[in-house]
Ligand binder design. Structure first.
Ligand SMILES: *Cc1c(COP(=O)(O)O)cnc(C)c1O
Length: 237
């Protein structure tokens, strides 16, 4: 929405390269697009973004608001890719329920902004900052992250085995579930809510699952059972 941004087609490494030139300030991408339905970018596209930035001096910004904070089984989604950003953004889970956002810079950019350059009335508040530091401590835990990877892999496999599911995209506990043509994801999502499971429908053919990282395997099994029942009830209509 900010003026000055140009967008390029999804996962088009060539178009991305062509859009970056000497006057480009920055390239901003999500390694796994969240709001559009959980679409991981190909390594080739991420590498093209990194190379285009390195060649022109533009900064590479990764939006990790949805994919970060352990969601994919690493603290940040970029850690499962061959690239490293110059800046990353975080929010949502960062505050563990309190409202906070952060822009994190690589060390060499650390002194570009000084206190007051990028002000906001409540920015840097002590309570939310303490909460964010506490959540970062909790998420930076090898056992928790391994659990997220294992539970996510199992969930993904179980979902893929359901009638009506054509693909499962994403990593860890950030999953987009593609439904077969005749199924109306919005209806399935509303039906699942009636059955006691909250899922999100980011686009007509996709359910998005972002369970809390504290989810256990019994809850996952129950969720898969409910999704299976719901898909079955719509398939027969
Ligand atoms: C929620 C979200 C944002 C916006 O975050 P704010 O903290 O509301 O500014 C940006 N990017 C992604 C991927 C999000 O999920």
């Amino acid at each position: 929405m900010l003026p000055g941004f140009r967008s390029v087609p999804f996962d088009d490494a060539g178009a991305l390269r062509d859009a970056v030139y000497e006057d480009t300030a920055a390239v901003m991408i999500e390694a796994i697009q969240g709001e559009s339905g959980v679409y991981p970018l190909a390594e080739e596209t991420l590498l093209a973004a990194r190379e285009a930035c390195d060649e022109t001096g533009a900064l590479l910004i990764l939006d990790e608001i949805q994919s970060g904070m352990g969601r994919t089984g690493q603290p940040w989604a970029y850690q499962q890719t061959p690239i490293r950003p110059d800046l990353l953004t975080s929010a949502k889970a960062l505050g563990g329920g309190l409202p906070v956002g952060a822009c994190v810079a690589a060390e060499e950019l650390g002194d570009v902004l000084e206190a007051g350059d990028h002000a906001s009335t409540f920015a840097g508040g002590a309570v939310v900052s303490a909460a964010a530091l506490a959540v970062l401590d909790l998420v930076d835990d090898a056992t928790l992250l391994r659990r997220v990877r294992e539970l996510g892999a199992g969930l993904s496999e179980d979902l893929l085995a359901l009638d009506g599911v054509t693909e499962v995209r994403g990593r860890g506990l950030m999953l987009g579930v593609g439904l077969s043509g005749g199924l109306d994801a919005a209806a399935v999502g509303a039906d699942l809510l009636q059955r006691g499971l909250i899922v999100n429908v980011p686009e007509p053919g996709t359910l998005r699952l972002l369970p809390p990282l504290t989810v256990d395997s019994a809850q996952i099994e129950r969720a898969v059972g409910l999704i299976g029942e719901s898909l079955l009830s719509y398939a027969t209509v």
